[in-house]
Write a protein that binds this ligand. Sequence first.
Ligand SMILES: Cc1cc2nc3c(=O)[nH]c(=O)nc-3n(C[C@H](O)[C@H](O)[C@H](O)COP(=O)(O)OP(=O)(O)OC[C@H]3O[C@@H](n4cnc5c(N)ncnc54)[C@H](O)[C@@H]3O)c2cc1C
Length: 415
Amino acid sequence: MFFDYTEKTQNLIDKLQAFVDANILPVDREVHAWNADPANRWKPWPGLEPLKERAKAAGLWNLFLPEEYGEYSPGLTNLDYAPLAEIMGRNMWSAEVFNCSAPDTGNMEVFAKFGTAAQKKEWLLPLLAGEIRSAYLMTEPDHACSDATNVRTEIRSDGNDYVINGKKWWISGVMDPRCKVLLLMGQTNPENPRHTQQSTVIIPRDAPGVKVIRAQTVFGDVHSPGGHCEVHLKDVRIPKENIILGEGRGFEIAQGRLGPGRIHHCMRSIGSAQRALELMCQRVTERKTFGRMLSDRSSIRMEIAKSYCDIEQARLLTLKAADAIDRYGARNAKDLIGAIKVVAPKMAQTVADRAIQIFGGMGVSDDVPLAEILATQRFIRLADGPDEVHASQLGKFKIAQYAKPGAGWNNISET
Ligand SMILES: Cc1cc2nc3c(=O)[nH]c(=O)nc-3n(C[C@H](O)[C@H](O)[C@H](O)COP(=O)(O)OP(=O)(O)OC[C@H]3O[C@@H](n4cnc5c(N)ncnc54)[C@H](O)[C@@H]3O)c2cc1C
């Protein structure tokens, strides 16, 4: 077992890090100030598109799309991508510069994996080029959507069309003026067995009947320019060719969409935690209380050591999950994907919390990115399925794997 990155990955790490140092860190505060200013609400920072062009020219583009996607992929494995996503995760807005940000990444995978030639031409190519953005509409205010089979938005057949009626909320990215396409999960066949009632359809963002009702806040912030919004659909009409894969395949698509996508979030969480650790290490060498530097206090060193251990464990688990997806496919790697989805955001939340405490009052301010990291990691524990749902599934798999009918508890060590 070797734990070093390959030469190819290491070269990409160096190239990406150099790009981030030269182009992203110098404008980090400017971008935050732009996004936080209510006068700029729902307007992307003007420097973003030129920066994207620079990243594209440097070959740092669509790195998330694994090599199995052939012509659309830059040819990286999930394992190659993991440390690159970690670098992007050190900063909350930078993944978009490389066309590697949610929800577009998951949506591009859906189009690439399941789309028809016409759907790919119309939507995948402009998404891959970074010319448009997208949103994914699954969660509903009136139904508990951590169980995706509860999705009830109606997709009714009407001649050559589908007509859609329902309510969605927490729809990320829908306010971005570049958002041109929505992937919606709704119910086509309520009489079917539980896992084949739902379907996924493509809706142009400007289709009549798509109405944004309100922007929702995450700990008081609307997350401009994309936002997270309640969206109502009233008699939205789309042609039948806008269905993906066919009726009753929506649950399957949702599962596929969130496989590698889930670990992308985890990789970025590790980058956020690593940044928090580095910031706290720096800070403790600069502050003195009661006659001694913070760095000399054993309780402080303990917090730093625990954070290092937590990050290193989560990083190794993420890399193992990425490697398992590459070797055996997302379906066969589901235990490791579930495990890291439960571990990584919670770990990063804990590390950010420790860093905030060590920074004192400054920790909760916008002068350092710790409060933002904490808030982000907290909501990631809900997005893409809450911790409990992943843990429940994982527990079920493990019981099925380890329990042997008829075997006593004292035989378990022999398995
Ligand atoms: C910032 C943000 C962005 C989001 N972006 C999107 C998006 O772009 N598109 C989209 O469709 N959705 C999005 N979501 C929604 C997110 O995916 C859902 O909130 C999540 O799936 C949970 O669904 P729910 O809110 O309906 O919770 P519910 O299903 O009502 O569940 C509530 C709680 O019950 C508990 N629970 C559920 N099942 C179990 C179980 N088996 N065992 C024990 N406890 C359990 C969990 O603690 C869970 O949090 C976003 C959410 C947030 C906060």
